[in-house]
Design a protein around this ligand. Sequence first.
Ligand code: MN
Ligand code: MN
Length: 301
Amino acid sequence: MEEETELILDKYRSAGRILAEVREEAVERIKEGVALLEVAEFVENSIREKGAQPAFPCNISRNEEAAHATPSIDDKSVFGKDIVKLDIGAHIDGYIGDSAVTVDLSGNNEGLVKASEAALSEAIKIIRDGVSTVEIGEVIENTIREQGYKPVVNLTGHGLIRYNSHAPPTIPNVKYEHGVILRENNVIAIEPFATDAQGAGKVVESGNAEIYSLLKAKPVRLREAKKLLEEIKKYQGLPFAKRWLPRERLDLALRTLKNTGALRDYPVLREEGKGLIAQAEHTVIVKEDGCEVTTAAFKLD
Ligand code: MN
Ligand code: MN
């Protein structure tokens, strides 16, 4: 293997190892009565202290929320008897680890959580050079359905490339027609989402966004918008949180940049039928005879 490839893969491995440590420590902090903001800041600061950078804001989505929820700067909300998805990312030099875990504080959704975990575990077992994303989607869907739950059809895993947390190929959570063949050293995130009998098996956007990313810098006149644009260039296109930004006329500056087409926003994604959602996610490097999980804290079964 070319030396450069190994150096790059080592950055993915280091980012993944840091992320796994932070994930395990963060899970211990998710308890009834604890503030969501405290956990989000713990995650993001810990990633920095360990020598990486957040690849995107710490996502803490609860109950029928599936993704893209992160606390606002003055968020006072605390965990209740929630089913909590903690989805976090770290990068080193743009090479990303992306991982999620579900913590069930309700105490009675163990089956749902297990369904998403089993789907992830079964998918990882079949990943190797030459596997089709069609096969992966099929294994995920079958595993979730066998356990009596529904896969979420419009949320998917994805490729990871430098400074891109959502690169092709799409890794579906259901069997579908047209796939892509995975090759050795592709880096991909697998993230099955499962919902219960009440769920539609589909998510929809709702509410205001707390997460944004820079699509393309466009000229703006407003002084605060100009300053904000310079500020967010440092994320190199990766998603950032509104609470990370300077507060001076922030809403106006964000709206101005959004209107020029410079920003993408990420509204919270909720289950359309208000079903509860569980998610499990790991980042893997595809290998000739299998795959290497970069974000595993310990060996998967
Ligand atoms: Mn993720
Ligand atoms: Mn992901």
